[in-house]
Design a protein around this ligand. Structure first.
Ligand code: IPE
Ligand code: IPE
Ligand code: MG
Length: 252
């Protein structure tokens, strides 16, 4: 397993996104209820957030609840929302201590009122922090985000605020929830599933994908370092050839 000293600090991704998956299976393996898995997953969130801050990564986006997750049994959804409110409330002091700024993306208005209020409070209370931006994807789906962006742009065209031929990558990006945030260079998914599940479809156009069998509640700093080390051994070509990049080896 990798340790922090194995990571080349000059080749860090600016933004890492994580699909935190496998809480339910982890709990089931232990003969526990799925909700126990979600509770244990909070420790992994803290570990990875700390590791990202220690390394000097600037943005960490965690997929915590998808639009599709609303279709889970009510008992599980309620428990997840409660866990979210409780965790945010408990962790604000630690976020401030470590200069971590909280942000959220998704259809936040669809969250229960107490959840929304707690989240907005924490975002406001941590807004001056500048070491790491921790972005929680909540009630998030990429297709929803893209459609929402299209609607905003269409409205602007209708009001003659933007002409159709001016719509480009930058204009489109600036209407997404992630406006102002660089695209993730690395996307990690735990639990062995190899799919994107409606997460940051536009933003991961050129991300390196890293899949691990480790279930989210077992994911520790060392697992995060493993993913970063793997990333640092990729060659990111962006359509070019190795030779054009002046590379003989495979390092990024
Ligand atoms: C990820 O773990 C957490 C959320 C989606 C909220 P899961 O709850 O999806 O766990 P599995 O995939 O059923 O094991
Ligand atoms: C994706 O995990 C959403 C989150 C991690 C919050 P799921 O476990 O819900 O994804 P699918 O449904 O198995 O693709
Ligand atoms: Mg899952």
């Amino acid at each position: 397993m990798a340790s922090i000293s194995d990571i080349d600090k000059s080749k860090l991704p600016r933004h890492v996104a994580v699909i935190m998956d496998g809480n339910g299976r982890w709990a089931k393996q232990k003969g526990e209820h799925r909700i126990f898995g979600h509770q244990q997953g909070v420790a992994s969130v803290k570990e990875v957030t700390e590791a990202a801050a220690e390394l000097g990564i600037h943005y960490l986006t965690l997929y915590a609840f998808s639009t599709e997750n609303w279709n889970r049994p009510k008992e599980e959804v309620d428990a997840l929302m409660e866990l979210l409110v409780g965790t945010i409330h408990k962790e604000v002091a630690a976020l401030n201590k470590n200069s971590i700024r909280l942000q959220a993306i998704g259809n936040l208005k669809s969250l229960p009122k107490n959840c929304y209020t707690e989240l907005m409070d924490a975002i406001q209370q941590t807004s001056k922090n500048d070491r790491l931006m921790l972005i929680l994807a909540l009630s998030y789906s990429s297709k929803w985000e893209i459609i929402d962006s299209v609607k905003q742009i269409a409205e602007k065209v209708k009001r003659n605020e933007i002409s159709v031929d001016k719509i480009d990558d930058a204009v489109f990006s600036s209407h997404l929830c992630t406006k102002g945030i660089p695209d993730p260079e690395l996307l990690i998914r735990t639990s062995g599933e190899q799919r994107v599940s409606n997460f940051l479809l536009w933003q991961i156009a050129y991300a390196e994908l890293y899949f691990t069998e480790t279930l989210w509640p077992d994911f520790r700093k060392e697992n995060f370092f493993d993913a970063l080390l793997d990333y640092q051994n990729r060659e990111r070509r962006f359509g070019k050839t190795s030779e054009q990049l002046g590379n003989t080896g495979i390092k990024i």
